[in-house]
Design a protein around this ligand. Structure first.
Ligand SMILES: N[C@@H](CCC(=O)N[C@@H](CS)C(=O)NCC(=O)O)C(=O)O
Length: 225
């Protein structure tokens, strides 16, 4: 058997995982009471495949005994279960806009922290960072087109568009810094920085994000030796 709380949802998570962070932010936004069980990803408990056969975090056990996996799908589930949190708008076209934004992000920027760190042992890291900055300009453009005034993707509303994507950008900021580079203060990325600052100031984000030191300690293993 595996550990769980029979009286509330149990989240199996890791503080530094960007996928798990999506779920944690959604849970904080809904205000639901839940139990957290941290999984050491370098030394997983032998019972963990009973929770998720893919052996990944996050996973969430409901009090019914059902277990949910896959961060985006859990996030959508929570947004539907708690519509009052407003994480997914009702308008079908706004839903489409959020989903296509996440899809585009997944294809272009989701792996960016890992890509940068994998090139972190040689001079090609500067060229890699330039490629990623070009993608951040594209992201800045998408944010401008969606809501010129911001601060979030959909303007005043904090939604799954922000929650599903920014955890990876947090790790991109960290990866650049860890390699002695930076993605701060780049001209033309003003809307991107406005978006980043607004998310970092959101209580559900601020109270759950891992520190730079925690992230750096966990991600430095991606830099080739
Ligand atoms: N598609 C999954 C990806 C989750 C994922 O890759 N989690 C990583 C940590 S960031 C993990 O659990 N890795 C453990 C492993 O692969 O053994 C989701 O969105 O939930």
């Amino acid at each position: 058997m595996y550990p769980f709380n029979p009286n509330k949802p149990t989240l199996y998570t890791s503080k530094t995982c960007p996928f798990a962070h999506r779920t944690v932010i959604c849970l904080a936004e809904t205000g639901v009471d839940y139990e957290t069980i941290y999984i050491n990803l370098r030394d997983k408990p032998e019972w963990y495949p009973l929770i998720n056969p893919a052996s990944k975090v996050p996973a969430m056990r409901l009090t019914s005994g059902d277990i949910l996996v896959e961060s985006l799908i859990i996030s959508e589930y929570l947004s539907e279960l708690y519509p009052q949190a407003g994480l997914m708008p009702e308008d079908p076209f706004d839903k489409y806009r959020i989903r296509i934004f996440i899809e585009n992000f997944s294809a272009n920027l989701q792996t960016s922290p890992y890509v940068l760190l994998r090139n972190g042992d040689n001079d090609s890291k500067h060229a890699k960072l330039n490629e990623l900055v070009n993608k951040l300009h594209q992201l800045n453009k998408l944010l401008m087109e969606s809501s010129p005034e911001g601060p979030f993707f959909l303007g005043e509303k904090f939604t799954l568009a922000d929650i599903a994507t920014f955890p990876f950008i947090e790790r991109l900021f960290m990866a650049a810094k860890l390699l002695g580079m930076s993605i701060e203060n780049i001209s033309g990325l003003e809307r991107f920085y406005q978006w980043s600052d607004a998310i970092r100031n959101r209580p559900s984000y601020k109270s759950t994000v891992a520190s730079y030191d925690e992230l750096a300690a966990s991600y430095k293993r991606h830099i080739p030796k």
